[in-house]
Design a protein around this ligand. Sequence first.
Ligand SMILES: [Fe+2]
Ligand SMILES: [Fe+2]
Length: 335
Amino acid sequence: MYTQSLDLPGQTPAALASVDTPDKRQAAFDARMAEDAKIEPMDWMPDAYRKTLVRQISQHAHSEIIGMQPEGNWISRAPSLKRKAILLAKVQDEGGHGLYLYSAAETLNASRDDLVDALHAGRAKYSSIFNYPTLTWADVGVIGWLVDGAAIMNQIPLCRCSYGPYARAMIRICKEESFHQRQGFDALLAMMRGTQAQRDMVQDAVNRWWFPVLMMFGPPDAASTNSAQTMAWGIKRISNDDLRQKFVDATVEQAKVLGVTLPDPGLVWNAERGHYDYSPLDWDEFWRVINGDGPCNRERLATRVKAHEDGAWVRDAALAHARKRARRDASAKAA
Ligand SMILES: [Fe+2]
Ligand SMILES: [Fe+2]
């Protein structure tokens, strides 16, 4: 069974195992934070730290799994065998990312069944971006270029997250996200070198995705309620607005190479700041979509619930097999 946990009972690092009063435990945890050391599953940690991680890691896992849908929709319609093979690999990677992350959440004593139930019941959040439709093949390329590109920007700092299993999961995930971003850019480049109709299709997709992608970094710092605490805990390393700015600055140059126009007249170089300025985002739209009323929220959730129900026989068979093996082992021991 794949696990993110490196610690086994009895191997708890001495610094935290040897302290036994609440004050001392908190002080040892704080010292760990101060020296930027990792927290591992068997270590003592404050309840709020654990809860925050379970929420963030599970929302991340849900996003990976729901994120399979917009592109999965195009696997049977990919324009060539090569593009189909690439897209299949990419969508399977996203499923794998979900599994590493659910495993990381389980190291915090969260139950995967509970997390999945919360998603299916609409109680859990996932990235707002996956509630937008993929109308043309160009959308698949734009998701790779912009959505996976934004995901990398968000996720690279998480490789240094203070919680060990999450940080280690992110290292592998980021390597795969890099492939996702490149395949998207490559698909778009091929279309931009094609016919005028293909170039128009790419531009239309960029026009529709640009602003929702910028919202993937979350609300502005001033309105982001959890940010200060998650920064202090070493879970979050760079603020929403700083990540968004880094993404804008990097992407403007890539858009020039592609030959597409980013759909924001306010996007201009600010020599004084040394960054690109951009227009204010429509945060009402963000909150509407994140709270369940985006173009595809209902469809995404219904598809996910159906996939889970259709897979019930696989889970039942795996459990029956495990029970049979346990019985066999028990009778072998008794003999
Ligand atoms: Fe992913
Ligand atoms: Fe990805």
